[in-house]
Design a protein around this ligand. Structure first.
Ligand code: FPP
Length: 182
């Protein structure tokens, strides 16, 4: 369900970070040049969200399929992510932004996990605005994970499958704490 606010400003904007490669290719540059500029735009998006008063931004940054890209590109993307966290965590703390990650966290490189954990921890009391990064994200994996967690409750008698509806099920998704994107 969309959750646009009464002033017409969306509550939750989801952005698929797509087209970086094509953007760079058109300029005769390597794909990583496009990704680097994509990351620069994240700061602009956060600034604009602050001006407009959009409380939730979700960036679909890295899908489970993206591991199939050339190893050099994957390494470059992970380095850009670390660079982003190094640079932006203090701004997020200052700006009241809470960082979350959705996706298979444990499947990310250990050095990325630890930087993410630090940023998540440093911003966990913020509540003005929310930045969610979808990393190692896949809707199939999300569904299976949710079904497994629900099935465990059903098995122990804490949930009744006959009573299951979407609202309840959505509590088991990665996005349980977030309003639906507009
Ligand atoms: C798609 O562009 C973009 C990606 C697969 C990666 C985006 C992720 C980052 C830049 C990592 C850092 C993330 C954050 C949030 C700081 P594409 O190469 O598929 O473009 P194309 O469709 O033009 O080929």
């Amino acid at each position: 369900m969309a959750s646009e606010m009464s002033n017409g400003i969306p509550r939750h904007v989801g952005i698929i970070m797509d087209g970086n490669g094509r953007w760079a290719k058109r300029r005769g540059k390597p794909r990583l040049h496009g990704h680097r500029n994509g990351v620069i735009n994240v700061r602009r998006v956060l600034e604009e969200a602050k001006v407009l008063g959009v409380p939730y931004i979700t960036l679909f940054a890295f899908s489970v399929e993206n591991w199939n890209r050339p190893p050099l590109e994957v390494r470059g993307l992970m380095a850009l992510l670390r660079e982003f966290l190094r640079r932006e965590t203090k701004n997020m703390v200052k700006d009241g932004i809470r960082l979350r990650v959705i996706g298979d966290f444990e499947g990310l490189p250990v050095n990325v996990q630890s930087m993410l954990s630090q940023s998540i921890e440093a911003t966990k009391h913020n509540d003005d605005r929310h930045l969610t990064l979808a990393l190692n994200y896949g809707s199939r994996a999300e569904t299976i994970e949710a079904v497994k967690r629900y099935a465990k409750l059903a098995q122990s008698g804490e949930a009744d499958p006959d009573e299951l509806n979407w609202q309840q099920f959505s509590n088991f998704l990665y996005t349980a704490d977030l309003p639906d994107p507009d």
